[in-house]
Structures are given as structure tokens and as C-alpha cells.
Ligand binder design. Sequence first.
Ligand SMILES: *Cc1c(COP(=O)(O)O)cnc(C)c1O
Length: 361
Amino acid sequence: MINVTRPYLPDREKLNKYIDRIYETAWLTNNGPLVQELTARLQEYLGVENLLLVSNGTSALQVAYKALGVYGQAITTPFSFVATTSSLVWERIEPAFVDIDYETLCIDPAKIKDAITSKTTAIVPVHVFGNACDVELIENIASRYGLKTVYDGSHAFGVQYKGRSLLSSGDAVTLSFHATKLFHTIEGGAIIFKKKEDYERAKLMIKFGIDNSDSIVELGINTKMNEFQAAMGLCVLDEIDTILEERAKIWALYQRSLGDRVQILRLNPDSTNNYSYFPVVFENEETMLEVKSSMNNHQINPRRYFYPSLDTLNYINSNSVSQISRDIAARILCLPIYPGMKEQETASIIEIIESCLKTKE
Ligand SMILES: *Cc1c(COP(=O)(O)O)cnc(C)c1O
């Protein structure tokens, strides 16, 4: 069975060494030494400051909204994993969808201005599939209208934009370190804040609002990362170069064979590729479904990512229809890509797609 992704398991002996340290101190959670070490190493690796580790990528979004005082309505993209939108609704913030660009699959910045109302307090774009949004334009609009920006950067681990970290643009950027992501801590996530004061507030918020002298100074919740999660993260980070190399190899094989047969993502020319996904947009839904079922017959499981378009969710009452997002969502498939996937497996996936497309000619 080949799935769309396979969680990366780092060297077991190395993991044991980190776990030995946890056993020596019996410090299991509450900003322990491994969480502190991972924080420092991630800040260095990513080239960012004010990085706060949390228990998952969804709570990273929720805490970011709270720490920045987002309320009322937020402009967001309908083409993402459901958590981008559900976290807003959960926090009683109304999502206002702005359609995506046909080729980058990110929110179309040209359409943002028209969606701003008196209730809008923030823009929540997604660097979907690791592809950089037009951050300059978005930041411009946000500052002109006094809006906060929270980027869902769950797919953008390590992406550089114009020579610096993509994750340094925005009032906050969130990451998911779920097992299926490029870099993971089993479950986990992070928020990167532009301002130190927002970071400090969020740091209190994730531990019940209790400060270092045991006073309750904020409304808080519990969404701390624990030491076992950090141990996994430190091991995976040790091997990140290998992970990226292996992904790049598979990505290049797909690109070479499929690049001019199907629509693939137009990557932002100013940003690096982290090879986190290989999305393919077929001519129509029927072809996509044929390819998918043909792969399923060979024990291969690509995923319909992202489907459905989030403006169609049953708990959303939106008057606007995100036509492009709906159209892409109906035709897109993410192909398997993960370290350890064999060249032969990639080749057989390509072969299946080619033979499906051939019957269409
Ligand atoms: C994975 C993901 C999330 C959710 O992260 P969890 O760590 O699973 O809570 C949010 N947004 C996007 C775009 C994601 O891909």
C-alpha cells in the first residue's frame, strides 16, 4: 500500500537518547528543556524570532487569533485544509471567503479589498502546498485598512522568500507539526509572531494565563507542547536535510514526466520549493476520479486535497460562491510523496496517470 504520505520515523537510538534525558529529570511538560532546545533550534533553522511551540497546528491558529485580538470577521481562502476555516468558526469569527488564483492556488490578493467590511479585523491567507502568497500586496492592504494578518503556514516549513524566511511576514504565522507534515513532532505546531509583546501574551495564554510567579494574569487555555513531542521534533530536525533531498528527488521525477501533461502548481518565482506536496489538476473531475480509482486498484492512495472547497461546508452560511476554488477542488489530486518512497513506486504512479490520459486522447 502506498499512501499519499508516510510519517517520517527518525533514527531510533537517537530518539532513545533524548528520551533518556526525559527519564533523568522526570520533566515531562511545561516548557521543559527539550521544548526550549527545539524552540532555539527551530528559530535558528527557520531564521525567525518569537517562535512559540504549541500542541498542534489548529490550536496555533486559535491562539494566534486570540493573542492578536481577531474578532468579528476574517477574510480567508476557501482552498485549504478544513482547520483554517473551522478554527475561525470555533472562535466565533466569521470567515469571509475570497477566491483563489487559478495557478498559484493561493488567495487572490486583487479580490481582497472588495471583501473588506466594517466587521473585518483580519486576513487569514494560506501558503497552500508551501507556495508563497503575495505577502507584500497582502501586508499592504492589511496596513492600509488596519487589519491583522495571520498566515496559515502549515505547508511552508523552511520556505525562503526573496532571500529570507517566508514565515517572517505577517503579524503571526502558524505551523503544523502533525505526523503527516514535512517536519513533525507527532502532533504539534508553532506560532511565529512579529511582535515580542504578542508572543509574550500567547506564551501566557497557552498555559492557562498563569505567569512565572503563579499569578493568573490572562484568560488562558492549555495547549502546551510536551517533552516527548519535542524529542521527536529534535530527531526529525537532525535529519531534515535528508528528508528534503528525498522529497526533491520524487518531486523532480513527477515534474519531469507530468509537468506538461497536466496542470501543476505555478510556484511563486521568488520563493524556494520545500517539495511538501505534488498536487495535480486534471482536465475535469471525471478524469481525476478515473486516475484515482485506477491507482486505488494498484493499492495506491492519492488524496483529494483540498476537497471540498471550504465555502461549501454545512456550517458556513456564505452568500458568495468561490467558483475557482470549487472548480480546482473538484479536479485536484495530491500524489504520494515522502522520504523512503522508491523510484519504482513513483514510476508506476506516473505510468498509471499516463495510461489514463492516453485513453482520453
Ligand atoms: C495540517 C494543517 C492544519 C492543522 O494542523 P494540525 O496540527 O493537524 O492541527 C491547519 N492548516 C493546514 C493548511 C494544514 O495543512
